[in-house]
Design a protein around this ligand. Structure first.
Ligand code: ZN
Length: 434
């Protein structure tokens, strides 16, 4: 059987660039938009009136992006096929009055975002990235991608029991990075950023800044069969979804029209519950889907028909079996790296997958010749969750939770199989194609 899409290691090479280019959600959506522009997508503003033209479009709002491709001849009631993901990752973010310090050290006050493995942020060379809001209403992305900050771990001589009793970190007292020597001066960080960006410090009237490890992502392992890098949860899915949407929109050899409108929805704020104007709990996706129906001349009835036929694959990372802690996993469900994407099930709706959703995912993988695996939690270990159940409940859309099995989830540097990203992208393209 010939199949239209076949991503390969070139996709994983590009993922490494994407991870490095996305130290903040704002950077990640800019990197996704850049790839979509190359595939002919154009940005539309939420504040403009939308038209019903065919083609690829995307909306950016803060750290979120929704992109969709209206095929020629789509009716107002044409259903959507959505790939959902999230752009944010746990990290350390700059507090409103950042300049602090003690005992001759200059430090930056940080707030802990999401649920990081705090120990993985120790003794890493950290850069600083995010968004500056300027007095004139403009915005500026900033990425200082060199060793600038560090959260130094206490020496073992001063913490003798650390290896036997475990590392105990106080989130307030122990996680403040140092970034130099000398007296703390108010406004120091802003002056530094202003200099870096070539603006006046007084013109920086707001900021959303976060730290990142400056160590670049890399292939790892005896045969380079693994990838180590930051933010794979969940830029891996954002990248795969972007590539899949771009590929489906760029295809020219299709003999029958696309039966669906393919969509990528990548939200911010998943790591703290998705409740924001750019999170999955917000109205962003619903607004876009609705406005697209109305822009194509549709009625409320068309909107209802379209959504009733819509399916969302919510893609996020899951847990590969850890060789040193296999007992934490469900004994009959051991996803392995490079075994293909995982279908995530939780009957208590921490994941939205049900049997019908499983069928949709299995069919997409089968068409694409992509192997896939099943994930379910050990009954004694509480299950994580993601945007799937929120999307299902908020929009009444059939949703299936899937993803890629990784190790070290929420570490500053995670680990996955080098083949899984392109297997995921291939499966997503097959799903979007319908
Ligand atoms: Zn995630």
């Amino acid at each position: 059987m010939s199949y239209a899409y076949r991503f390969d290691r070139g996709h994983t090479d590009d993922l490494l660039s994407f991870l490095a280019a996305g130290p903040s959600p704002y950077h990640a959506v800019a990197a996704a938009a850049e790839r979509l522009e190359k595939a002919g997508f154009r940005q539309v503003e939420e504040t403009d009136a939308w038209d019903g033209r065919a083609g690829g479009m995307y909306v950016l709002r803060g750290g979120a992006i929704v992109a969709w491709y209206v095929p020629e001849g789509a009716s107002p009631a044409t259903p959507y096929r959505i790939v959902g993901a999230h752009t944010d990752s746990p990290n350390l973010r700059v507090k409103p009055i950042p300049d602090t310090g003690a005992h001759g050290w200059r430090q930056i006050a940080v707030e802990i975002y999401g649920g990081p493995l705090l120990n993985t942020w120790l003794d890493r060379d950290l850069g600083l990235a995010g968004r500056l809001s300027l007095r004139d209403g403009g915005e500026r992305l900033v990425n200082i991608d060199r060793p600038l900050l560090r959260v130094p771990q206490l020496a073992i001589h001063l913490d003798r029991s650390v290896n036997t009793e475990g590392l105990k970190l106080d989130r307030q007292r122990h996680m403040t990075p140092i970034w130099g020597l000398g007296d703390t001066r108010e406004g120091d960080l802003l002056r530094f950023l202003a200099e870096e960006c070539g603006v006046h410090a007084a013109d920086i009237t707001g900021w959303d800044l976060m730290t990142h490890s400056v160590e670049p992502p890399a292939y790892l392992g005896r045969d380079g069969e693994l990838v180590a890098g930051p933010r794979m949860d969940n830029l891996l899915s954002v990248h795969a979804g972007t590539a899949a949407l771009a590929a489906v929109a760029s295809r020219t050899d299709r003999t029958t029209p696309l039966p669906y409108i393919p969509v990528l929805a990548a939200f911010d704020h998943e790591e703290n519950g998705s409740q924001s104007d750019t999170g999955a709990e917000g109205p962003l996706l619903g607004n876009v889907l609705e406005r697209s129906v109305f822009a194509r001349g549709g009625s409320y009835e068309d909107r209802a028909r379209s959504l009733a036929g819509t399916v969302c694959l919510s893609s996020d990372t899951g847990h590969a079996v850890h060789p040193n802690y296999a007992d934490r996993h469900e004994p009959g469900h051991h996803p392995v790296p490079n075994g293909g994407p995982i279908l995530k099930v939780n009957v208590n709706q921490r994941y939205a997958t049900d049997g019908r959703g499983r069928s949709v995912f299995a069919a997409a993988c089968e068409r694409a010749g992509v192997p896939w695996q099943s994930f379910v939690s050990n009954n004694a270990v509480p299950c994580g969750t993601t945007i799937g159940p929120i999307t299902a409940a908020r929009h009444g859309i059939t949703t299936v939770d899937i993803g890629v099995a990784i190790l070290s989830m929420h570490s500053a540097r995670e680990l996955c199989g080098a083949d899984d990203p392109h297997l995921l992208a291939t499966a997503l393209a097959s799903f979007l194609e319908g």
